[in-house]
Design a protein around this ligand. Structure first.
Ligand SMILES: Cc1cc2nc3c(=O)[nH]c(=O)nc-3n(C[C@H](O)[C@H](O)[C@H](O)COP(=O)(O)OP(=O)(O)OC[C@H]3O[C@@H](n4cnc5c(N)ncnc54)[C@H](O)[C@@H]3O)c2cc1C
Length: 489
């Protein structure tokens, strides 16, 4: 006779510790079936990109290995998700399904359909918050509306009770008998066929162990200097936790309490570390989910409707030069090559390359978001949408339209010794610092001495920034609605 069992449906919560859905299933005291269903088309039009799928492959293997150390294992199935769940329920007699919530519009409606169908079948279905400090519907301004400006949003969050302590690793995970059949992770064919991922393999260690190592390194070596170094792509000044956060291999709650323990060990007052810049950035992640949940159309459309009129260009050649890191602006090219090679790019450089795409080349932020979506290991619908709309000036609390980053000045300011550019654009490495961020201004002698031949070893700028800036300002000023009031909350 079949006994009771709980299915834990793993999605973007690929961890055992601080996992509320798993915790609820274990506490139920019956067999637990950890399940992953591969159903990318259900997330359409934002199916996971190529880099994300590479990470997912590694993470599923890491999760399975972790489950093995607890005497359990991961059951892997192909979608559709509802069919996969119903089959597994039939095979095992499971009477409950638990999962941690996600906030992407397509996933929300899919999950609702599944919850309705399973509940109608008499199953116990429960979902949990496993990804955010504050879920989007728990934070609202004084008029009961969602926030559209970050500072009051985060101030409001900080006034709420501190996040609970993370849940511990379950001591044991009760197992089903017999184990249902499972596909091997490699049968999902998540990894790209080409050898594109060598740089990712060399740079990252997906899985919870990698996440904890990264957090501890950051707390030990970089938190104290984060305010100064977070804008320096030539330094390891940030946590590099973004892909781990996206895949749920670490939680914001674990980060919060990790910072708390570290700060208290150094007698840093609570108000200081809680309002520090690092947790504020984690707050931006919260804000992005808040916006995605309340304004789901913004994955495709600008939040500020006046931007619907913006005359974006279509220029396949410009887009390709940008994607390949061949624009002739060293800091832009370095960033795009870092992205292609490692699947990650420094935040300051993301802002620079994004500004270059939308304000210098006048290509749409949606073009940029789509490329990031495919190539970023941390591609996240909430954060990517916010990042692009912020840069284009059409999102919540966005950079003003008239702020057009000068890629030369940005390079000189944030990569002053040129170490970042020299690493990713080695053809420029022998240029003196003074010319490194503006090789087209160097004399033929300087270029020849450094072995640089513009147009052959390194491109000439594909556009003049000074002219592009004027054109952009003109275009942006035309669509501006003079009657739109400034937003304060
Ligand atoms: C155009 C553009 C696109 C972006 N797309 C993504 C994306 O798809 N996925 C993604 O995770 N981040 C995205 N970001 C935000 C940011 O660049 C990355 O989160 C950050 O670079 C990750 O590095 P880190 O983990 O070292 O960050 P840290 O500086 O160590 O910050 C800690 C965490 O805070 C969050 N965070 C930091 N900065 C931001 C920010 N500006 N907005 C929202 N959350 C933030 C991240 O989860 C990050 O891991 C984008 C930014 C821009 C400008």
């Amino acid at each position: 006779m079949m006994t009771k069992a709980s299915i834990v449906w793993f999605r973007l919560d690929l961890r055992l510790e601080d996992n509320p859905a798993l915790d609820a299933a274990v506490r139920r005291g019956v067999a637990v079936i950890p399940l992953f269903i591969h159903a990318p088309e259900e997330e359409s039009p934002w199916q996971p990109g190529s880099a994300s799928l590479w990470w997912l492959h590694q993470s599923l293997e890491a999760l399975d290995a972790e489950l093995h150390t607890s005497g359990s294992k991961l059951v892997v199935r192909q979608g559709p998700s509802l069919t996969a769940l119903q089959r597994l329920i039939k095979e095992t007699g499971a009477d409950a399904v638990f999962w941690n919530r996600r906030y992407e519009p397509a996933v929300i409606s899919r999950d609702r359909r599944i919850e309705d169908a399973l509940s109608t079948q008499g199953l116990r279905v429960e979902s949990f918050n496993g990804a955010l400090l504050h879920e989007p519907w728990t934070v609202q301004n004084q008029s009961g509306k969602p926030f559209q400006v970050f500072t009051p949003f985060w101030r409001h969050c900080l006034m709420k009770p501190a996040p609970d302590e993370p849940l511990p690793l379950p001591r044991t995970i009760p197992t089903p008998k017999p184990w249902p059949k499972s596909l091997e992770v490699k049968a999902l064919k998540l990894e790209p066929k080409t050898n594109w991922t060598a740089g990712m393999k060399a740079t990252w260690r997906p899985g919870t162990a990698g996440a904890q190592t990264q957090l501890q390194r950051f707390l030990r070596e970089a938190l104290a200097t984060y305010n100064d170094d977070r804008n320096r792509p030539d330094r390891t000044g940030t946590s590099r936790l973004s892909p781990y956060l996206h895949f749920g291999e670490i939680t914001p709650r674990q980060i919060w309490h990790g910072v708390r323990r570290h700060a208290r060990g150094k007698q840093i007052p609570d108000t200081t570390w809680q309002t520090g810049q690092f947790l504020t950035e984690v707050g931006w992640r919260e804000f992005s989910h808040h916006l995605l949940y309340h304004f789901p159309h913004t994955t495709e459309e600008p939040l500020r409707s006046d931007f619907k009129r913006f005359p974006w260009r279509k220029n396949a050649a410009f887009l390709k030069y940008w994607q390949q890191g061949l624009t002739g602006y060293p800091i832009v090219d370095a960033g795009m090559r870092e992205l292609w090679t490692t699947g990650w790019m420094h935040n300051r450089v993301r802002m620079i390359v994004a500004s270059f795409l939308v304000k210098d080349l006048l290509l749409s932020w949606q073009d940029g978001a789509a490329w990031f979506w495919d190539t970023l290991l941390d591609a996240d619908l909430a954060q990517n949408t916010l990042g692009w709309q912020w840069t284009a000036g059409c999102g919540a609390d966005a950079a003003p339209y008239f702020r057009v980053f000068n890629p030369t000045n940005q390079g000189e300011k944030f990569d002053p010794c040129g170490n970042y550019v020299r690493h990713w654009c080695p053809e420029l490495r022998r240029l003196p610092d003074f010319w490194l961020h503006k090789p087209w201004k160097a004399s033929t002698d300087v270029l020849a001495h450094a072995g640089v031949e513009l147009g052959r070893t390194y491109p000439r700028p594909i556009i003049s920034h000074a002219i592009a800036r004027e054109v952009a300002l003109e275009a942006f000023s035309k669509i501006r609605d003079p009657n739109s009031p400034p937003r304060t909350c």
